[in-house]
Design a protein around this ligand. Structure first.
Ligand SMILES: [Zn+2]
Length: 483
C-alpha cells in the first residue's frame, strides 16, 4: 500500500514536476496521448503524420540552413511535400553528413547556443546532468555508433522528455504505472559517483536507482547486485551489454537473483540477441523487452509483450529504403523525427536493415511493426551466392544444446566474401566431438565454395564500451562506414 502511494506520487507529481523545471516538458500529457493514439486506425495515424510532416518541412526550410540548401539543390519547396510519399524526393541524410555539417543542421536562431555548448567542457559521451537543461539552453550530445566516429547533435530537453514518455508507454504495455521503481544501468562507470547529488535526487524524486552501465568488471557487477538487492526495482533498464553481463555474473558466481527479481527488463542501445535474451530470462525469470533507437533520434520502436516491435509512429516516421532491397525484402531503415526541435532529422540513414509491416498484433495495437530487425548493415554478410547471414544465425548456431556450455564465447570474422573465421573460447565440456560437430554443421550450411575455419583462442576481449562484438566484418569495410 505504501509502495503504491509512493509510486503514484513519484509518477504523477515529483517526476513530472522536476522534469518540467529542467525543461523536459509535457511528459505525462504526451504519455496520455500516446495511450490513445496507439489504437488509431492507419488512416488516422497517417493523417496525423502528414500534418506533423508538413509543419516540420516548413520549419526546416525556414530555419535550418542544411535543409534549405538540400531542398534547393533538388529543386523543391516545402509545398511540394504534401504526402508521405513525396518525402522520398528529399535525399536521405548520412551519418557522415551529420558529422560534417552539424552546425548547419541546427535551427539558426540557436546556433550561438550550440557553439556555446561546444565549449562547455562536457567530454564526449559524458552524462548530462540536470542543470544544463534549464530553459533555452542547448546541450551537446554525441552518439558513437558502431563504427567509432562520433556524431554530434544538440538538444534542448524535448527529445529526452519524449523518450521518457515513450518509456512510460512501454512500461504500461507490461502493466507498470509511472513511478514504478527502476534500476538503471546506464552511467559511464568512471563518471559514476554513488554519492553525487544528481544520483541521490533521482532516487528520492524519481524512484530511480542509477548504476554504472559501461566498462563493467566483476567488482562493478558485485556493487550493482548489492544495490539492486536493497532497492528492489520493478523495472531493470540498461544497456543490453550491461544487463546481459550482470545476468552472466550472477550465474557464474552462483548468486541468488531472487532478491533482485524485477518484473520487467528493458534493454536499450543495442540489439538484444537471442542468446542474451535467453540468459536474462533464465536468470531473472521475468519479462524482457528491447527498445530500438539511437541517441540522435530517440526511441524508434519498442517490443510489446507479443514480441513485435511497434514503431512510435506519432513522433517517428520510418521508411524502408527501396534502393537497398534484397532477396529477403529488407531494406535500410530511414527515420524522420516529426517534432519541431532545434535539430530535427529528415530521412536519416540508420545503418540498420529491417522490414516494415502493417499487420495485426495480438496485443491490439495498430502501430506499424518492424517485422524483422536484421541488424547493422555492417554486421550482415552477403555470400557469393547472394545469401544474407545476420548475427542471429550465429546466436542460434551457438545456442544449440550440443554446443552451449562447451563453447564459452564466440566471434565470427568475415574475412572475404568466401572466407569466414570462427573464433571460439573453449569451455569445460569441449572435446573433439564438439569440433567435428560444429565443422559439419557449418560446411552443411555454407557448402564447398565457402572456406569456414574454427580458431580456438584463449579469450575474446570486449570493446571499450563493454560490448562484445559478435561479428567483425573485414569483408565490407566500405559499407560499414555508412552505419
Ligand atoms: Zn503488439
Amino acid at each position: 500500500m505504501m509502495r503504491r502511494l509512493e509510486e503514484f506520487l513519484v509518477g504523477n507529481v515529483t517526476f513530472p514536476l522536476t522534469s518540467t523545471l529542467y525543461n523536459r516538458r509535457g511528459i505525462l500529457p504526451t504519455f496520455r496521448n500516446l495511450k490513445k493514439s496507439e489504437f488509431y486506425s492507419p488512416e488516422q495515424m497517417s493523417r496525423m503524420q502528414r500534418e506533423r510532416l508538413k509543419n516540420l518541412v516548413l520549419y526546416a526550410y525556414q530555419w535550418i540552413p542544411f535543409y534549405r540548401k538540400r531542398f534547393k539543390d533538388v529543386g523543391l519547396v516545402p509545398e511540394d511535400i504534401r504526402t508521405l510519399k513525396d518525402l522520398e524526393n528529399i535525399p536521405a541524410i548520412t551519418r557522415q553528413e551529420v558529422i560534417d555539417y552539424h552546425h548547419d543542421m541546427v535551427d539558426s536562431r540557436f546556433l550561438q547556443q550550440a557553439l556555446g555548448a561546444d565549449v562547455s567542457g562536457r567530454a564526449t559521451g559524458a552524462p548530462i546532468f540536470m542543470a544544463p537543461f534549464r530553459q533555452d539552453r542547448l546541450v551537446r550530445n554525441t552518439s558513437s555508433g558502431s563504427t567509432g566516429a562520433p556524431t554530434t547533435f544538440y538538444e534542448d530537453g524535448s527529445r529526452t522528455a519524449l523518450n521518457w514518455a515513450h518509456e512510460l508507454r512501454l512500461r504500461s504495455w507490461f502493466g507498470l504505472n509511472p513511478g514504478a521503481r527502476e534500476g538503471r544501468m546506464a552511467r559511464i562507470s568512471t563518471d559514476y559517483l554513488p554519492g553525487a547529488r544528481d544520483i541521490r535526487m533521482r532516487r528520492r524524486l524519481w524512484n530511480q536507482l542509477v548504476l554504472p552501465g559501461v566498462n563493467l568488471g566483476p567488482e562493478d557487477f558485485q556493487v550493482c547486485y548489492e544495490k539492486l538487492k536493497e532497492f528492489k526495482p520493478r523495472v531493470l533498464w540498461g544497456f543490453t551489454s550491461a544487463l546481459a553481463g550482470l545476468a552472466g555474473f550472477l550465474r557464474e558466481q552462483n548468486l541468488d537473483p531472487g532478491p533482485v527479481r524485477p518484473e520487467l527488463i528493458i534493454t536499450w542501445a543495442a540489439p538484444l540477441y537471442e542468446h542474451e535474451e535467453r540468459t536474462l530470462r533464465e536468470v531473472f525469470d521475468c519479462q524482457v523487452t528491447n527498445i530500438y533507437g539511437a541517441r540522435e533520434v530517440g526511441h524508434i520502436a519498442m517490443r510489446c509483450p507479443e514480441k513485435n516491435f511497434h514503431v512510435n509512429e506519432e513522433h517517428i516516421l520510418i521508411e524502408q529504403d527501396r534502393s537497398s532491397l534484397d532477396g529477403s525484402q529488407a531494406g535500410e531503415l530511414l527515420v524522420t523525427t516529426l517534432d519541431i526541435t532545434v535539430m530535427p532529422f529528415l530521412r536519416y540513414r540508420m545503418g540498420d536493415l529491417g522490414r516494415l509491416a502493417r499487420k495485426e498484433c495480438a496485443c491490439g495495437r495498430t502501430l506499424l511493426q518492424i517485422e524483422e530487425l536484421l541488424g547493422r548493415t555492417g554486421e550482415i554478410f552477403r555470400t557469393r551466392d547472394g545469401r544474407m547471414i545476420s548475427p542471429n544465425f550465429w546466436c542460434r548456431t551457438f545456442m544449440n544444446p550440443a554446443l552451449s556450455g562447451r563453447i564459452v564465447r564466440f566471434q565470427v570474422v568475415y574475412k572475404k566474401d568466401d572466407e569466414i573465421e570462427v573464433r571460439i573460447v573453449r569451455g569445460d565440456g569441449y572435446n573433439e566431438e564438439t569440433r567435428t560437430g560444429l565443422e559439419k554443421f557449418l560446411s552443411g550450411n555454407f557448402g564447398q565454395q565457402m572456406k569456414v575455419y574454427i580458431t580456438p583462442v584463449d579469450e575474446i576481449l570486449p570493446q571499450v564500451s563493454g560490448k562484445y562484438q559478435m561479428v567483425v566484418n573485414e569483408a565490407s569495410v566500405a559499407t560499414e562506414s555508412t552505419g
